[in-house]
Ligand binder design. Structure first.
Ligand SMILES: *Cc1c(COP(=O)(O)O)cnc(C)c1O
Length: 368
């Protein structure tokens, strides 16, 4: 089957989804926090180990409105090794991103490099659990406590991953998730925020619904970021199958590891102690000198055979032209190096193990 994309959306059985949406034909309650929305919200909070949770129309607006609901002002320390959304949410919320370099192994924000970046204008940390690798949550928490900073995790990659047995919704002041079609768990488009403080939740709930406190009183400058009932229904179905999806993904990842782990010049996703992986991505870093080919050459060779590996993440967000030269990728050298070496190979539950073997063969053939 070609092309083989970097991921393929998991789908529930068609009949299961039809059954899930049947009652919507009678109720005609199609959006605005209906029964599906409320049920999904509760089930997800439970799955992610969140004290409180809300669900929204996508991951990006979950980030953007959460930053607004935290009522921040000034500078936010974050990582450039992420999807466009993280940095754009910060800038669009009127905040100034300050870029911290990443740890070369986990590619998450390096806690040792945070404190030198703190100024009196710093108000929050926005780290990213890249590929489902957990950030050093305890160290980050200590720094935040010491300096009175809020912590908002971009947890879009961490759905289903666990640290010390706890889901990714348990950490920081807020953790934002994406339920986009390309993610481990999806609602077609969708997202959510897990949080510790009930008052934050009330602000977020208003912001996603035009700032309405009640139909006659508008207290916040909000917008529309509601998740409709049909997408919530898709979430309810997919959540029933997510354990099975993670199990299938783990077998795919294991096969990649068997084939690639001892190859010189190839570095695979780290296995972190006390972390249960969600097998969301399979990043490989190619050291051109030792491997004998650079990342771009591997991507091209795969593409020629219909295998669509992706450069997550390249370029760094601090190199984006939309920021008009305000930021400089050279200031985060570890992130810059990783962005030039990384390639995410296809990984999803239904990927046949023979195809994994074939992809690994194509990768190894790139060596001079
Ligand atoms: C997918 C993703 C987002 C954005 O989520 P959407 O649901 O697509 O809006 C944000 N951050 C990261 C790291 C992501 O992977």
């Amino acid at each position: 089957m070609r092309p083989i994309n970097v991921t393929r959306s998991a789908m529930p059985p068609f009949a299961e989804y039809c059954e899930e949406i049947r009652e919507l034909w009678d109720s005609r309650w199609l959006t605005n926090m209906g029964v599906k929305h409320e049920r999904l919200r509760e089930e997800l909070a439970d799955y992610l180990d969140a004290p409180y949770m809300d669900i929204l129309t996508n991951g990006h607006l979950s980030l953007e409105l959460s930053l607004q609901a935290l009522e921040l002002e000034g500078e936010v320390i974050t990582t450039p090794f992420t999807f466009a959304s993280t940095t754009q949410a910060i800038v669009r919320s009127g905040l100034t991103p300050v870029f911290c370099d990443v740890d070369p192994l986990t590619l998450t924000m390096d806690p040792a490099k945070i404190e030198p970046l703190i100024t009196e204008r710093t108000c929050a940390l926005v780290p990213v659990h890249v590929y489902g690798n957990f950030c050093e949550v305890e160290a980050i928490d200590r720094i935040a406590q010491r300096h009175g900073l809020r912590v908002l995790y971009d947890a879009a990659h961490a759905f289903g991953a666990r640290y010390k047995g706890r889901g990714a919704g348990a950490f920081g002041d807020v953790s934002c998730f994406s339920f986009h079609a390309t993610k481990v768990f999806h609602t077609l488009e969708g997202g959510g925020a897990c949080f510790q403080d009930e008052a934050f939740g009330q602000r977020l709930a208003r912001l996603k619904n035009f700032g309405l406190e009640n139909p006659e009183r508008v207290t916040d400058l909000g917008g529309n970021a509601k998740l409709d009932e049909f997408r919530a229904a898709m979430g309810l179905c997919n959540l029933r199958h997510v354990a099975e999806e993670l199990e299938k993904r783990s077998r795919v990842e294991e096969r990649y590891r068997e084939r690639l782990e001892d190859v010189p010049g190839v570095r695979l996703k780290v296995l972190q102690p006390e972390v249960q992986s969600n097998h969301a991505y399979f990043p490989v870093l190619f050291d051109e000198k030792r491997f004998g080919a650079d990342r771009n050459r591997v991507q091209k060779a795969l593409r020629e055979q219909g295998v669509m590996a992706r450069k997550y993440f390249y370029p760094l967000t601090n190199a984006f032209p939309c920021f008009q030269g305000r930021f400089h990728p050279e200031e985060t050298p570890e992130a810059l190096r990783a962005s030039r070496q990384v390639l995410c190979l296809p990984l999803y539950g239904d990927l046949p193990l023979e195809t994994v073997d074939e992809i690994c063969g194509l990768v190894l053939n790139c060596r001079k």
